[in-house]
Write a protein that binds this ligand. Sequence first.
Ligand SMILES: Cc1cc2nc3c(=O)[nH]c(=O)nc-3n(C[C@H](O)[C@H](O)[C@H](O)COP(=O)(O)OP(=O)(O)OC[C@H]3O[C@@H](n4cnc5c(N)ncnc54)[C@H](O)[C@@H]3O)c2cc1C
Length: 438
Amino acid sequence: MTVRRASPWISQLERRRPVVALEGNEAADTVVVGGGIAGLATAFFVLRDTDRDVVLLEQGLVAHGATGHNAGQAVAALEGWFDEMAAELGEAEVMQGYREVLSGWDRLQDILTRLERPGDLLRVEGKVALSTPEAVRSLMNERAKWIAAGAPHMAMAVVKGALSDLPEGVKEVSEGEMMRVLRTIDRRYIAAVCMASGVLNAAVLTEALAEHLLVAYPKRFRLFERSAVRRARLGDEVAVTTDRGTVHGDNMVLCTNGYTDIEMQACEAPVYQGNVKGVVGFMAGRFGDGPDGAEAFFRGAEHGYYYLTRRQYAGRPFICIGGPEEELGADERYDAAKDYDPQAYEHIDAFARETLGDRDGWDMEWHGLMGYTPGGARLVGADPGSPSLLYNLGCNGIGLLASLAGGWKVAQLMRGTLFPHSMFDPSRLARDRIMRIV
Ligand SMILES: Cc1cc2nc3c(=O)[nH]c(=O)nc-3n(C[C@H](O)[C@H](O)[C@H](O)COP(=O)(O)OP(=O)(O)OC[C@H]3O[C@@H](n4cnc5c(N)ncnc54)[C@H](O)[C@@H]3O)c2cc1C
């Protein structure tokens, strides 16, 4: 089997729009930088919920960043253990952040309804599989916290005899049942938690959103691709400059997945190339069989974590697995065309063999960039030093619903809505004094 180094989600894009680059100067109330799901969702909610007009600038093409290179699973989760995040960011702030991510489901529904594309999201039952008693106890703690924050009920099952003290409401099952639930031949998993989940092609959705906004708001929305922002001057007004022109506006929203080498003038910007950790995530996919679903497997002994989704793709069942990651060096730039460590795909092979007994190889392999801001959480809202600079970024590995929720929140902030403190507030970086004065 020949493996294509290509993202299945980008392969499904059917672009009908010409590429229009910024040539000359423009003016808009809001300048959005970044044409991934975060940028288009931000533009959508600003256009829908305010009377502001929007110019969006994308350095490459819409949906070709992380939005086109992920696992395509919609799930309301935070990357990190609740207690650890609460110790660093505050318990109430983490609870609020989780509620915001959870609201991403409603925002996704808003967009699907507006685009008249309800079929773009396939609801599936998500399962998290755990292999050690310590991980099971930690996850029980997590589950209780998320339920307290408003998460829908999450059923949990544990293999008989695996835990000495079984909490109320947790179902005991045989090892065989557990393997059946998780659809694996691997006997190592002793517990599973179910959560609402969905699969989608985020690139197709984002491109559809771009097309829709151009048609629905011909006077209030302009989109320029192949227009990398080099410089931004901030103050009461903003001036956002590419190689071929400048957009003047009241404010600017950075939706650049955390990575930015934009030269910021007159601002205390907490996000810049040097303090965002770049992590490359690897994925492989193949046509196979079996019903749709989404499972995440935590393999305690080796601290490994893999995620597996199954969905219909081009009319056939498609299995896609991810997990291995590679951290980039401090000054290393991500190269979408580069062959990073081939061992990453070997790890995926090994996982597939142990989990599915599978020796079929892969039809497609791809990788994408995750940006981790200090503290690991995304940034949503205004810069503590320069209110005309707002953020909806800090992609990390579970960012689709969070990007939608962030876009909505940014639009409401522009309307003057006040929100409880959240772990995503950019002020956390000011508090930690992780700032650079340019
Ligand atoms: C391997 C992998 C698997 C993942 N799996 C999942 C998953 O299953 N579920 C989930 O919820 N999340 C997942 N994620 C995360 C998810 O993909 C991201 O959170 C989401 O796509 C981020 O969207 P974004 O718009 O912030 O970033 P991007 O899609 O990267 O968009 C940012 C855009 O900004 C542009 N840009 C940057 N700098 C400039 C500039 N100076 N001027 C103009 N434009 C600029 C870039 O070109 C890019 O198009 C995964 C990520 C990876 C890498």
